[in-house]
Design a protein. Sequence first.
Length: 261
Amino acid sequence: MSLHNHDDYTRLKAGDGTLLTQTGGALDVNATISISSQKVDDASFTPSVDSVSMIGCTFDDNTPDTVDEGDAGAVRMTSDRAMHISLRDAAGNNRGANVDANYCMQVDISNQSADLTVAQSTHDELNCNANMQISNTDLSFGQATMSNSLPVTISSNQSYPEVQPDGVNNLWDAASTGSGGDSASIDTRYASQISIFGSVNGVTTLDVYFSSDDATFYKSSHSYVSAGSEDVEMSFQSAARYIRVKSSNDVTATMILCAKK
């Protein structure tokens, strides 16, 4: 570029002697700008060849601003630079999820109308390290093969005490049986191996009763007659779901039922 002086102005020339032009007092500049990281929308991308640009996010946990339909906006992040991610349904509605301080996600099945099945194909796909509490009905738990069986513990909201496989429940706990009185009803969950044992402080006949619905009970062939204060033991196989014991006389009894599948 060279300068050529005249009486009242200066002309600018390029290196080849061409005069530079201006428009409205501003120097005309013809430049080509190339940004290699830009890509056309929905264009193909080649790894290790095409360039990308880093993005920036905004931290705003105090009434974050919203954007209108079709507008561009900054992505939100946490104070430790993690991007906010929201769960959405198939229609795109923002649903979110409630995760407590123990990193557990809350699941509500109150609107589940059909049977709910929890299954797995391999042992490593489902890891339950805590009890699952479900108050809905018609639930089934299973998996592909019996050899990989997964134990599942369910806490019920029913009024009767329940027994799980390898579980223990009290029929009477140092309590008065009453004359012709019934013990607590135990849900064996169809465990086949049953043992009833404990002690009584007097003469009585203990009869075992079975039920399929915890409402109507039928006397079984299993019974024990005590001659006084002594220990009691009855072991047998059963396919009944609910079991309880009736005492012919009013004694103080401690009686335990153990069930195992």
